[in-house]
Each structure stands twice: as structure tokens, then as C-alpha cells.
Write a protein that binds this ligand. Sequence first.
Ligand code: SF4
Length: 446
Amino acid sequence: MLSALRHRAAELGDRAVHLRTETYRDALRQVDEPLEVCHPTSRRAREFVRGLDRVAVLPPRGFVTAQPDFVAWADERRGALRMEDFYRYARRLHDVLMDDDVPVSGRWNLDADNRQPPPKGATRLDVPDPPEIVEDDIDAQVREDLDRWAAEGIEFVGRDGPRRFPATRAEALARLRHFVDHRLALFGPYGDAMLSTDPAMAHSMLSAAFNLGLLDPMEAVRSAERAHRVDGAPLSSVEGFVRQLIGWRDFVWHLYWYFDAGYRSSNRLAANRSIPAWFADIDADAVQASCLSDVLAGVRDRGWVHHIPRLMVLGNYGLQRGWRPGELVDWFHRSFVDGYEWVMTANVVGMSQYADLGRMSTRPYAAGGAYVNRMSDYCGGCRYDPRHRLGVDACPFTAGYWAFLDRARDRLGGNVRMTRSLRQLEQIDDLPAVLAQEQARGPHAP
Ligand code: SF4
């Protein structure tokens, strides 16, 4: 963020005044004129700027659907809000991948054609790496400042490393073009797969660039749509990418403002355990479970892993253990390069931890080791066995899955999408032993 801000100030030259002060208020004291500010990305910041004299708050930027349109759409529903429903509304509203009034190919969502496990035996996907980022003097200055602040006692998350994400419009555009030309085709089929030696796979890794305002999501959407219509890029990949942007990303942004401030502390599965220190400190080396250790190392070293490690490894583990959703929101917010309160609130509280009991998701994203085994290459080299729920090699995800269902069974009983899983739970004869084992494991790193 600092690098992007300083690069932009340098690009603007004498058209910009870049004030470096301890606080925002200190900077405001140095300016006499009336000011405009882009709509902030957290409630606290919005309250702050709204309370300032002579500062006008502009509408939000960097999203596709305008706030009044979302509110009108959501008010009409009056009940649970579903991304898929909003996504179709947005496709029509913005005329994306539409042939007149019908979706291209006649289907709105081609996810069923995707969701493939990684290619057998592969250690990486057959796609070229994104264009490299070359650091410059501005990055060197940012590094110096960060080192100085660390020496002064400010605590930072993760390990230092090269800048991996765009901080200028030129870098972001180069990454977008490269993604559309070389990586998009495999994004769809392998979007949910994980490979220990290929963390990026065919993901665009552009979320930080959208959040920083270096790219407009609609230009990426149009570029992907063109790739399909003109160059024949596979529709399942293009549709999946478009859904992430005008569907999911916009949806969680609008939900952040649409739900009241109390939504962030929803905890309807009564998850009351604190996040243990090894997780809070991203101590990947303390963890023996291959999947969790590797994903934590990715967060520590890159500040980024793609959406499935976030949801099905990190979030799934926390859900199974009953960690407080609010603490997880904070953790994701501070640990990820694209972490903002607006993006993590609905994603973690609603989707990953199901702490709102279905206001935005139809079921909790809880899964055992079989899911990780199917969708990754982690289990082969792990000291645990994804098939075992009991014993020294019991997979913590498999055992944790049943322990979670047992704990949440009363609250999930009315959910038809959980009926099958809850019925399976009834048939597990060694459940008391599994629960005792998980109790003994407690908050220790698996
Ligand atoms: Fe993860 Fe369990 Fe597979 Fe080990 S066996 S990698 S803990 S899912």
C-alpha cells in the first residue's frame, strides 16, 4: 500500500501534495481548502471522515454495481441474500456475457465444468509465471521506513521478501494482459485445486491491484469477455473469473455496508475459543499437518494464498475448532495483502465460519481430509492419513469435521443441505473416542 501510494504521488509530480504525518488528522491540519475523499473502506474510517468539517465523501470507487442498485436489489429479497442471485442481476444490469436477455451458452454458472483436482502427477500447472515485478528506488525507501519502524518496536506480520504484487497501473495492466492471454484458460478448471509447489496456479493474483485502484474490475471483466468472444477463451474459465469480480467481490463489498455494524460480531454457532498463538503468529514451522503448514507458510512469506486454501484449509480448521469468528476476521485482515475489513467481514463471518447461520451462505464450508486429498497433493507427504479419524495418524481435518458436526448439530439441524452429513454422524460408532481425542488435542498445533 505504501509503495502504491508513493508511486502514484511520484507519477502525479507537482499535481500532488504528499504529506507524511503521524495521523490523518495531522495531515488535515496542514491543508486549509475544502477537501473530497473517496468513500473509505471501513465503517470506522467512514464515521471519521463524515465527522470532519469541510471534507466531502465521494461515492465508492472500484466496484461495478452502484450502492443504490444493490440496496434496491437486496431490499426486494427481504430474507437470505444469495451471491448467485445477485450475480445474475449484475450480469443483466451491466450486460456482461449476455446475448440479449439470455446468458451466453444458455447457462449462468459453469462451475460444474470446473472444480477439477490438480492434473495427476503434476507439480505445477502448465502456465507461464506472471511478469516479474522489478523493485525501484521508491520500494527501497519503503523498505527503509519499514525496517526503521520495526526497529522502533512496531510489529509486522510475516516475513520480508520481494514485492510480488503490482504497485503501479503499468504493472497491474501488464499482469492483467498476461493473465488473460496466458493463464485465464486454465483458471476455471483448476481454480479450486491446490499444489504444494505451485501456490499461484492459474489465479490472476490481481485482488490487491483492484483494491488499490490500479485496475478497474470492469476493465478486467470486459477484457476476459473479449477473450472469449474474439479469441475463443473457454467460457467456463471466463465466466468463473467474471463471477469472482462482478459477483463475489461486489457482493461482499455491498454486504459489508448493507448489514448493520453488529453483523461483524455474529456468532450463532457459539464458537468461543480464542485463536491459539501458533496460528495468530503464523508459525508454520510448529505445524506438522502438511496442508496447514504449507498454507500458513504461504501467508507468512507472501501474504497471499488463493481462495481455496483460505476457505478449505485455514477457515475450515478454525470452524472445526470453534475459534471466534471476529478474531479470525482480524487475522485475515492483517495477514493478507488484499485484506481489508470490508472483504474479510462477510467472507469470514458469513461464508467461512457460517456465524450468521445462513444470511449469505447456504451451508458451512466444513470438510474432512478427503476433500483436501482430492483437491491437492498435500496428503501424500503428510504424517497424517486423511482416511483416519482416530489414532496417532488421525487427520486433524477428518476428526475435526466430525467433532464440528457433533458440536453444531442442534444449530444445523434445520438446514436441509446438512441432513446427509448429520445422518452420517449418527452412524459413527467411535464418535465418543474421536471427540475425546480432539478434546485432548485442544489448541495445540496439529
Ligand atoms: Fe491435511 Fe489431513 Fe491431508 Fe495431512 S492428511 S495434508 S492434515 S488433509
